[in-house]
Write a protein that binds this ligand. Structure first.
Ligand SMILES: NC(=O)c1ccc[n+]([C@@H]2O[C@H](COP(=O)([O-])OP(=O)(O)OC[C@H]3O[C@@H](n4cnc5c(N)ncnc54)[C@H](O)[C@@H]3O)[C@@H](O)[C@H]2O)c1
Length: 293
C-alpha cells in the first residue's frame, strides 16, 4: 500500500504522521501500523511514561518513532507539537486527532466542570486544537490528511454517557464541514467511528476518564463488553489505514456497526425505544453516585 495520494500526500511510506493518544489502545495500534507501513510517527499523549515506552518499543524494532508529552486540552502545546514536526521533517502528511476519554453517569448527577467541561475540552477541543494547528499548514503545503476519532456514539442516543455522545456527535460535524472545505484546498479529512475496540477505555473510561456507573467487577464489565464482540486494536488499525488510504469520509469499523447507524438514521424513535429497554434492563446493576464520588 505505497501508492501516492493526492498532490504529494504519502500513503504511507515515508509519510510523517502525528497520533494523539498514542500511548494506548487505538492510538498505539495506529502508530504501530503506520510505522509498519513505513511512516515516521510522532506519538503524543498526556501519559508521558506510557508514550515514551510505546515509542521506544517501536524504535527498538527499527521503526522511526518519537514520543512527545502532550495534553490536547492545551491549544498552545498542540500548536507547538505541530510546528516542531513541520520544522523537523519539513512536512506533515497525517494528523490523527485520537486522544479521548470516556465519562459516564446519570445526567442528573453530572458535574458541570468535572464531567461536562472536561469531556468537551478533551474529546472536542482536543481535535479542534489539532485542526487549528495543522489544517492551515496543510493548506499551505498543498496536501495532508486529518483523521478525527469520533465513535459510533456519534450516531446513537448515548444514555449514561451524555457528555461523551455529545462530543462525538460534534466531532463528526467538525470533520464533515472540514472535509467539504478541504476538498477545495487539497486537504483530506476523515472521521473515524469505532464500534467497540478492546482497549483500556472500556474500563471506566480509560486512564484519564471517569465512568464509574457500576460497582460490577472489572471481569463482569469486560464480559458485558464481550457481548458486543470487541475488535482487537491491531486488526482495527489495519482496516482503518486501508480506509484512510482510500480517503473514505466516514470510517466505521467493525463494518457490522453500519447497520446500527442505519437503524438510528432511518428509525430514530425505534432506536431510542430499544435504548430505553436496555437501560431498564441494566438499571439494577447501576449505582448512583455518592456525594464526593
Ligand atoms: N475503544 C473503543 O471501543 C472506542 C470506541 C469508540 C471510540 N473510541 C475513541 O477512540 C479514541 C482512543 O481511545 P482508546 O479506545 O484507544 O482508549 P485508551 O484509553 O486506550 O486511549 C486513549 C489515550 O488518550 C490519552 N489521553 C486522554 N486524555 C488525554 C489528553 N487530555 N491529552 C492527550 N492524551 C490524552 C490517554 O492517555 C490514552 O493513551 C478515543 O477518542 C475514544 O473515544 C474508542
Amino acid at each position: 500500500m505505497d501508492a501516492r495520494g493526492g498532490e504529494g500526500l504519502r500513503v504511507f511510506g515515508e509519510a510523517v504522521a502525528i497520533v494523539t493518544g498514542g500511548a494506548s489502545g487505538i492510538g498505539a495500534a495506529l502508530g504501530r501500523e503506520l510505522a509498519r507501513r513505513g511512516s515516521r510517527v510522532v506519538l503524543a499523549d498526556r501519559d508521558e511514561e506510557g508514550v515514551r515506552a510505546e515509542a521506544d518499543r517501536l524504535a527498538a524494532g527499527s521503526a522511526r518513532a518519537e514520543a512527545v508529552a502532550l495534553d490536547v486540552r492545551d491549544a498552545e502545546a498542540v500548536e507547538g507539537v505541530v510546528a516542531r514536526t513541520f520544522e523537523t521533517h519539513g512536512r506533515l502528511d497525517y494528523l490523527f486527532n485520537n486522544a479521548g476519554i470516556g465519562v459516564g453517569g446519570w445526567a442528573e448527577e453530572l458535574d458541570l466542570e468535572r464531567d461536562w467541561r472536561y469531556t468537551v475540552e478533551v474529546n472536542l477541543m482536543g481535535p479542534v486544537h489539532g485542526v487549528q494547528a495543522a489544517y492551515p499548514r496543510m493548506v499551505k503545503q498543498g496536501f495532508g490528511h486529518i483523521v478525527n476519532t469520533a465513535s459510533m456514539a456519534a450516531f446513537m442516543a448515548t444514555a449514561l454517557t451524555a457528555p461523551y455522545g455529545t462530543t462525538k456527535h460534534a466531532v463528526v460535524g467538525l470533520s464533515r464541514a472540514l472535509r467539504v472545505e478541504g476538498a477545495l484546498r487539497g486537504v483530506r479529512v476523515s472521521v473515524l467511528c469505532p464500534g467497540v475496540i478492546r482497549t483500556p477505555i472500556l474500563q471506566d473510561g480509560g486512564k484519564y476518564g471517569r465512568a464509574p456507573i457500576t460497582d460490577l467487577s472489572a471481569e463482569t464489565k469486560a464480559a458485558m463488553w464481550e457481548r458486543l464482540r470487541p475488535m482487537a486494536p491491531e486488526v482495527f488499525a489495519v482496516k482503518v489505514l486501508d480506509a484512510v488510504a482510500r480517503n473514505k469520509g466516514i470510517i466505521i469499523v467493525p463494518a457490522w456497526w453500519h447497520a446500527l447507524r442505519l437503524l438510528n438514521v432511518l428509525f430514530p424513535s425505534l432506536s431510542e425505544a430499544l435504548g430505553r429497554r436496555e437501560l431498564r434492563r441494566m438499571a439494577p446493576l447501576l449505582h448512583r453516585q455518592q456525594a464526593g464520588d
